[in-house]
Design a binder for this molecule. Structure first.
Ligand code: PXP
Length: 250
């Protein structure tokens, strides 16, 4: 089981602030380097079709400079396939994309697009790119993912984190999904909407091996700085993991 939970930092919203002025500051690469120095296990960036935050040049600079992996989030389109291959990223996470959404609203529907995604994954893997699929906490979707030759799924935690009602129900769905993914030989990641308040409970799910967190950490960085914001998240994760596994198995 994965006792140490990896933490990926999503830097999209550093680019959102930069792009609000159309200037070069703040630089997502600088944020990525601070995250790397603060112990982040990967940097996540979503190159959207409309380039509303991260740009093509950002991706090139991140790949060239970082020593930790870049996890490129992208929609399964030919344009993104070419960028992933030409920029030599080592891992991608396939996400759905709608032009008018504020953020990624749900997981990729692999039930509906099984053949298309299967062929898409094949092309990425041929180029030695590790593939993850962003999925709702839904056993049927994860079951299809397990037949798509991907190495991991990332479970959408948005409903659990944002929904004030049905917290227990949403948590059980996350837990069952993570157990199911692991049983089906998929690494299980999780992300979306995670904050200091919700990260502890999510970290208690031992089948989850990686969290990807962006908006809350970047927001909190405004008040305390990026390094402190990341270190505090790391501490809550480690404490929750320790309390639940190291002590129980001792
Ligand atoms: N994982 C995936 C696949 C995402 O699309 C996002 C949002 O871009 C995140 C994680 C991070 O979510 P948040 O910014 O809410 O922490």
């Amino acid at each position: 089981m994965n006792f140490k939970l990896k933490l990926g930092i999503n830097i999209d919203h550093v680019a959102t602030i930069r792009n609000a002025r159309g200037v070069l500051h703040p630089d997502p690469l600088k944020a990525a380097l601070i995250a790397q120095n603060a112990g982040a296990d990967n940097i996540t960036a979503h190159l959207r079709e409309d380039r509303r935050h991260i740009s093509d040049i950002d991706i090139k600079k991140l790949v060239k400079t970082l020593r930790i992996p870049l996890n490129l989030e992208m929609a399964p389109t030919n344009e993104m396939l070419n960028i992933a291959i030409s920029s030599k990223v080592k891992r991608v996470c396939l996400v759905p994309e709608k032009r008018k959404e504020i953020t990624t609203e749900g997981g990729l529907d692999v039930l509906k697009n099984k053949k298309k995604i299967f062929n898409f994954v094949k092309k990425l893997k041929k180029n030695n790119i590790k593939v993850s699929i962003f999925t709702d906490p839904d056993i049927k979707q994860i079951s299809v993912c397990s037949n798509l030759n991907v190495s991991s799924v990332e479970i959408h935690t948005g409903e659990f984190c944002d929904n004030k009602k049905n917290k227990r129900y949403e948590y059980e769905k996350l837990k069952k999904s993570a157990i199911f993914a692991k049983k089906n030989n998929l690494e299980c990641h999780a992300g979306h909407g995670i904050s200091y308040e919700t990260v502890g409970r999510i970290s208690e799910i031992k089948e989850i091996s990686e969290l990807n967190i962006g908006h809350f950490i970047i927001g909190e960085a405004i008040f305390v700085g990026l390094k402190k914001s990341i270190l505090k998240m790391r501490k809550i994760i480690d404490n929750s993991r320790k309390k639940n596994f190291y002590l129980k198995s001792a």
